[in-house]
Structures are given as C-alpha cells and as structure tokens.
Design a protein around this ligand. Structure first.
Ligand SMILES: Cc1cc2nc3c(=O)[nH]c(=O)nc-3n(C[C@H](O)[C@H](O)[C@H](O)COP(=O)(O)OP(=O)(O)OC[C@H]3O[C@@H](n4cnc5c(N)ncnc54)[C@H](O)[C@@H]3O)c2cc1C
Length: 310
C-alpha cells in the first residue's frame, strides 16, 4: 500500500505559500499508485484532491480534511517529433528536453511553473503559445470509474485556460504526447528560452509568493471600454478580451493591500502574499477586486486560480 502521511503542511507545496494542513498526504506517479489512493479515499469516505506543482492553487487556512495526492515526476521520452511526458514532470523540463532534441514549438512556455499534467489540464500558455496546440493525445484516469482512457486532440477541447480535463474534474491526466516541429536550431531555441524567461522576470519577479495571473482575461463587449484600452495602451484587444490586470488598474486597485495580501504594484493581475498573508486575506482581496471591477466597469472576472478547502 502507498505511504500516507498525516497532518502535512500544504503551504510549502504551493507557490502562494499559504494554507493549512492536509489530514492525509500521499505521492503517486502513475495509474496504479493513484488508483490505490482513490480506493483508500473511497473506502474511508475521505475527500480527495490531486495536486501538481501547486502553482495555480490556493489552499484554505483550515487545510484539507481528506487526502491530498501529489503527482510526482514520471518520465520524458522523445521519439522523432514526438515527446511522451508523465504528468508530474515539471513543464520546464519538457521545454528543455524539446530544445535538446532540436524540437521547436513550446519554447515560449519557458518559465511557466508547475507540472506538465497541470499545464495540460489548464491549457497553460504565454506569449501566443498554448500547450494544447501541441498535445496530440492524453491518457487520463477517471477517479469515478477507475478506467484509463486515451483522448485524441479533438477530444481534449482545449481553449483559453481550459480543457476537457478541467471541465471534468474526475479525470486525472497521467501523461500526454506532444508533436513538435523537427529541425529546430538548438542554439536559437536556447536563446528564445532564455529571452522568454528574462521577459517574464522583467514584467514581474517570478519567484514572488503568488499563483501567477489570478483572474482570466475576460471577454468585454463594452465598446467604450475597449476603445479606452486601445487609447491607453496603443494595443487592440485580442479576441475581444481585455487583460484583467488593466481592468484592475483601471479601478485604482494597483498596489492595494489587505492584511498580508497585495495587488502587485508591478502586475495588477498578480495577487501577492507579502509574507504574512493568510488564505483568507487573499480571498478577501480577490473578492474586493471582483466587486470593484464588476460595479465600476460592468465586467465579471473569473478566477484562474483554484480555491480548495473553503
Ligand atoms: C509566477 C507564476 C507565473 C505563471 N505564469 C503563467 C503563465 O504565463 N501562463 C499560464 O498558463 N499559467 C501561469 N501560471 C499558473 C500556473 O503555473 C499554471 O496554471 C500551471 O500549469 C499549473 O500547474 P500545476 O502543476 O502547478 O497545477 P496545480 O496548481 O498543482 O493544480 C492546479 C489545478 O490543476 C489540477 N491538476 C494538477 N495536476 C493535474 C493532473 N495531472 N490531472 C488533472 N488535474 C490536475 C489540480 O487539481 C488543480 O485543480 C503562473 C504561476 C506562477 C506562480
């Protein structure tokens, strides 16, 4: 039987560095180990939470009353233009492996924290690239049925920060296959990776205690607001979406402090734990942001970050 630890602090397992304890905690790397944990949870009627790299999650101060199972790295296999990756592998390792194999496509994903499985589930993306563009198949385990199914690209329903797996929370991504472009110049790919990481760092310190962009960029229909954005930034909105950070700035909340939480002065869509934040501080700040943006601009923000145990 897989080892279950008791009363494990969740804060160090997340990039926000807040949250209480998991009543039970396990680490698993594949379908067999995960199924064991799922069976145990079912038998003992315990709630269950699957964790990847903890970079898009906010655990409650009271913790989680059941089992948190963290998916730990499996392997990476490269064959021609294809890369097969286990869900627990850090996304950054996949970016480097592609570069080493002279495969291009995902270099602009460099610097996105978290696991490969978490990235596939949320269709992680940056600078015009999304992981879903390159995913050709995904193996997922259904917590409800215990069955493993392989999904082809068309079944994955990738769109902005979502996928079939996010829409069906009982599905746990075990591994996925990417198909990239062959014949990439390794030195050039390395340069793009390093430049991408430097650009990210210049926009915001990437080791801040946060979960990256807190809200998804909303589709905005208000022509007046769209025009104001264009006038203010010199950029047109993309697919009718406005950056959540611009909207938060627009209602005057850049830098706003609430308890130990702060709207980042540098990137207003990053909510920060300044070092002493509780999860409750972050939730209250998020709620204030949502209310102000809704009341003053008529725009509904939706969290990208997942709240657990509230
Ligand atoms: C500084 C910083 C910058 C960031 N920049 C970006 C960015 O540019 N673009 C972007 O898209 N994101 C960004 N993020 C957010 C985050 O890194 C991504 O969302 C990441 O893909 C989350 O992966 P994770 O493994 O950390 O997921 P976790 O935080 O561990 O989990 C998030 C959700 O995914 C689920 N999950 C995790 N693994 C699996 C799995 N194998 N199967 C099914 N569900 C799973 C969890 O249950 C949870 O619901 C940033 C975060 C930080 C801290």
């Amino acid at each position: 039987m897989i080892a279950l630890r008791e009363h494990v602090s969740l804060a160090p397992l997340t990039t926000f560095k807040v949250g209480g304890e998991a009543r039970y905690y396990a680490e698993a790397s594949g379908a067999i180990e995960l199924s064991e944990v799922f069976d145990y949870a079912e038998k003992h009627k315990l709630p269950l939470w699957v964790l990847g790299g903890g970079s898009n999650i906010l655990f409650a101060d009271k913790g989680f009353p059941g089992i948190v199972v963290r998916i730990v790295p499996g392997g990476i296999k490269v064959k021609g233009a294809k890369i097969m990756v286990g869900a627990g592998v850090p996304l950054m390792n996949v970016v480097w492996s592609a570069k080493d194999a002279g495969l291009s496509g995902i270099e602009k994903l460099a610097g996105i924290p978290g696991s490969f499985g978490g990235a596939v589930r949320g269709n992680a993306g940056a600078f015009g690239t999304e992981i879903g563009q390159y995913v050709t198949s995904v193996k997922a385990l259904d917590q409800k049925t215990g069955m493993v199914h392989e999904y082809i690209q068309a079944e994955c329903e990738f769109s902005y920060r979502t996928s079939h797996f996010k829409k069906h929370p009982s599905l746990v991504v075990l591994s996925a296959e990417l198909t990239l472009h062959e014949g990439g110049d390794e030195a050039l790919l390395e340069r793009i990776i390093k430049e991408t990481m430097a650009t990210r760092e210049s926009k915001h310190p990437q080791d801040a205690k946060c979960a990256g962009s807190f809200f998804m960029n909303p589709v905005v229909k208000d022509e007046h607001l769209l025009k104001e954005f264009e006038k203010d930034t010199g950029n047109a909105s993309k697919d009718g979406k406005l950056p959540a950070g611009w909207l938060i700035d627009h209602v005057g909340l850049r830098g706003k402090v609430l308890g130990g939480a702060q709207v980042s002065p540098k990137h207003p869509n990053y909510l920060l734990n300044t070092g002493t934040a509780t999860a409750a501080d972050i939730v209250m700040l998020a709620s204030l942001v949502k209310t102000r943006v809704r009341d003053e601009l008529g725009v509904k923000l939706q969290e990208e970050v997942q709240f657990v145990g509230f």
